[in-house]
Ligand binder design. Structure first.
Ligand code: THU
Length: 297
């Protein structure tokens, strides 16, 4: 799914990546016969309130607004009405435009806190809900409500972030986020891009890439970038790190093994390479036996 982002404030790239994965899974779960697109505005409560007042005559902030571009027949959603989908094809953009999604990041933050999960996860929920509307689902009547909930659950489970459970982020999501982080690698000297996605036990995901320096020794690896971001945001416990590299497997270097063992001596490590064709996993305790630690006596 091609998403056109309209960002009214700075947004964490990890949140955008999870939303993109959710949108791709929505397209897959619905079985859309043609490439589709949507415009996604991420703003604050004041902006969403203004739109709610302007377009829906409701002068209050809300979490998400959906503006479908296609009017689907009742109960016949985008996957089952390819004719209607085809008529919305925009040859310039190369996609069928499904409509506009507006999400309030203030609501994302508050609801994530309330449910005890990450903001990325909450944003992905809201996007999936809204995309279901754009694809013709509704929840006015009991039967259609059930169909919409089922589709939402199908999509969210494929992303690995279903409504129940703690940090049930799938390996597929983590690996995609690692590959996504790899695209931001700054590696003009080695030409060896690395990306990482670190899953904290509270469900937050932190991405990192390698950042090289003309003074070679000042280079920081992807894994440490991710963990430094995480610890500086208050995360101290971690479940899994996914690491993506190009043609050859990128098991963490010795410094990263020691660095990560400070917080997660038995961290699960998954590596992927060769355009995601290869995946292997291990435990940090196996990669770094007898790690150096200063124990309180
Ligand atoms: N690199 C990582 O990002 N992670 C590792 O665990 C191994 C090495 C980076 C550092 C440098 O930018 C490039 O890979 C080549 O060494």
């Amino acid at each position: 799914m091609k998403l056109e982002w309209i960002l009214k404030r700075p947004v964490d790239p990890g949140l955008l990546s999870l939303m993109q994965i959710a949108a791709d899974q929505a397209a897959r779960a619905e079985g859309l016969a043609l490439p589709c697109g949507a415009a996604v505005t991420l703003c604050g409560d004041p902006e969403i309130r203004e739109m709610n007042a302007q377009f829906r005559d409701m002068d209050r902030a809300t979490d998400v607004l959906s503006f479908p571009a296609v009017s689907w027949r009742k109960g016949i959603t985008a996957g089952r009405d390819t004719d209607r989908l085809r008529r919305s094809f925009d040859p310039e953009e190369g996609v069928c435009f499904l409509g506009d999604v507006v999400i309030s990041l203030d609501h994302v933050k508050a609801q994530a806190l309330e449910f005890g999960h990450s903001q990325a996860r909450e944003a992905a929920y809201l996007l999936v809900h809204s995309l279901c509307h754009l694809m013709g689902y509704d929840h006015m009547e009991e039967e259609e409500k059930r169909a919409m909930r089922e589709k939402e659950e199908e999509i969210l489970s494929a992303v690995g972030v279903n409504r129940e459970g703690g940090a049930a982020v799938s390996d597929e999501v983590l690996l995609s986020l690692a590959r996504d982080a790899m695209t931001r690698s700054y590696s003009p000297y080695s030409h060896y891009p690395v990306g990482a996605a670190l899953l904290a036990s509270d469900g937050r995901i932190f991405q990192g890439c390698n950042i090289e320096n003309a003074s070679f020794g000042a280079t920081i690896c992807a894994e440490r970038t991710a963990m430094v971001k995480a610890v500086s945001e208050g995360a101290r416990q971690f479940d899994t790190i996914a690491i993506a590299t190009g043609d050859t497997p990128g098991w963490p270097c010795g410094i990263c093994r020691q660095f990560m063992s400070e917080f997660a001596p038995d961290l699960r490590v998954i590596v992927t390479w060769g355009d995601g064709k290869h995946v292997e996993e291990g435990r940090l305790s196996e990669l770094l036996p007898h790690q150096f630690e200063l124990k309180d006596e």
